[in-house]
Design a protein. Structure first.
Ligand SMILES: CC(C)(COP(=O)(O)OP(=O)(O)OC[C@H]1O[C@@H](n2cnc3c(N)ncnc32)[C@H](O)[C@@H]1OP(=O)(O)O)[C@@H](O)C(=O)NCCC(=O)NCCS
Length: 125
């Protein structure tokens, strides 16, 4: 049974400007060490950060709650497998919510162009 679906679209320029302004302060608040390592090894890191930001917002939409309601963005992590396929790994409040809601599986897809990054999250109960 489908629990929820969420979608988000990010303007990569906006993320790039935030990173230029706040650098580590922003990155460490929003992204895991593994996400920072993954994005920073790409020439256009801000596009990959944008994609992960879109995933986090799409996840919040899929579970149906907003930020500041016990889930932090850093607790929602994108991990790329050998083939590049992204999966979700959850920690803390995000993991607790997931378990308490009885959600079994999270499906995730990402796409990006130079200008935009988008993500879709589907949760199955
Ligand atoms: C996987 C594939 C479909 C991704 O297509 P793409 O247009 O380059 O990807 P997009 O720019 O839309 O999206 C990139 C995201 O796809 C995701 N992705 C990468 N490999 C993936 C895979 N094997 N399965 C699912 N998602 C994947 C990643 O999340 C990536 O973003 P990230 O690096 O920031 O995590 C493509 O790389 C591929 O292997 N295509 C197979 C067909 C082919 O080889 N065609 C070439 C001849 S025309």
């Amino acid at each position: 049974m489908i629990y929820g679906v969420g979608i988000d679209l990010v303007e990569n320029d906006r993320i790039e400007k935030i990173i230029q302004k706040w650098d580590e302060k922003f990155l460490c608040r929003v992204f895991s060490d593994r996400e920072i390592e993954y994005c920073s090894r790409h020439a256009q890191a801000h596009i990959h950060y944008g994609a992960r930001f879109a995933v986090k917002e799409a996840f919040l939409k899929a579970i149906g709650i907003g930020l500041g309601r016990g889930v932090k963005l850093r607790e929602i992590e994108v991990v790329n497998g050998q083939s590049g396929k992204p999966t979700l790994k959850l920690y803390g409040g995000a993991k607790d919510f997931f378990q308490q809601a009885g959600i079994q599986t999270a499906y995730l897809s990402i796409t990006h162009t130079k200008k935009y990054a988008s993500a879709l999250v589907l949760l199955e109960k």
